[in-house]
Design a protein around this ligand. Structure first.
Ligand SMILES: Cc1cc2nc3c(=O)[nH]c(=O)nc-3n(C[C@H](O)[C@H](O)[C@H](O)COP(=O)(O)O)c2cc1C
Length: 211
């Protein structure tokens, strides 16, 4: 079986928002799809180790912020590489967000927003397939929804192991990986000025480790 054929599947980029009690929490996924059009149902694939999975299962509701090409990459760095179990991702002013029907949505040029109520969870080995009935939907300010391919090819971003589409990077000579967001720098990092920072998450050169 040639698993690399799976790389030909297309995806988008989404921020999932929910609450842990009163506290907003959430994460990045690339796996939201529309399943039915009448009384629309959407689905997403959520790693069972993600805190967002726990929180959605408890509250039974979540939002989807459909990220656009104009969305700042630090939204992805903040929501996609650390866990709400260890930190408050919505604290501070890393990105703009607000509550919609009591759940957080990302305001950074999202192309649109969906509000879902969980109707079924199908548990797989590593991931829960969460099915939700659409409760509301509204447009955002962003123009071009960000595809997963754009994230990889233009922003040069990576996905962590919890993403269902994770692929281990090929080892290459002189390759440096950002320990926070997984951004890959190819070449001689020491040639960059001292004030150089990761283009995705803004970490300094010292956060990079040789692959
Ligand atoms: C580009 C990208 C795509 C991702 N796609 C998914 C996904 O589809 N499903 C998933 O469970 N996690 C996905 N992740 C990983 C989660 O966002 C990540 O594990 C996050 O730290 C979970 O945070 P939490 O523990 O607060 O829920 C993705 C991350 C990135 C950066």
């Amino acid at each position: 079986m040639d698993n690399s054929v799976l790389w030909q599947l297309s995806y988008g980029m989404y921020a999932i928002g929910t609450v842990d009690g009163q506290r907003p929490t959430g994460c990045i996924v690339n796996t939201v799809i529309q399943i039915t059009s009448e009384k629309p149902v959407i689905a997403l694939s959520m790693n069972k180790n993600n805190f967002t999975d726990e929180a959605i299962r408890r509250t039974g509701r979540f939002t989807v912020s459909i990220l656009s090409e104009q969305t700042a990459p630090n939204v992805i760095a903040c929501l996609g590489f650390s866990s709400g179990r260890d930190m408050d991702k919505f604290a501070g002013d890393v990105f703009h967000w607000k509550l919609w029907e009591g759940l957080p949505i990302v305001e950074e040029q999202a192309a649109g927003y969906l509000l879902g109520e969980v109707i079924a969870v199908h548990s797989m080995e590593t991931h829960d397939i969460i099915l939700a009935r659409l409760q509301d939907a509204k447009k955002g300010e962003g123009k071009n929804p960000m595809t997963y391919q754009y994230y990889h090819d233009v922003i040069k971003g990576k996905a962590p192991k919890n993403a269902p589409t994770y692929q281990a990077a090929e080892k290459k000579e002189n390759t440096w990986v950002c320990s926070v967001c997984g951004y890959i720098y190819e070449g001689d990092l020491s040639q960059e000025p001292d004030q150089w920072v990761c283009p995705i998450c803004g970490m300094p050169k010292s956060a990079f480790v040789r692959q």
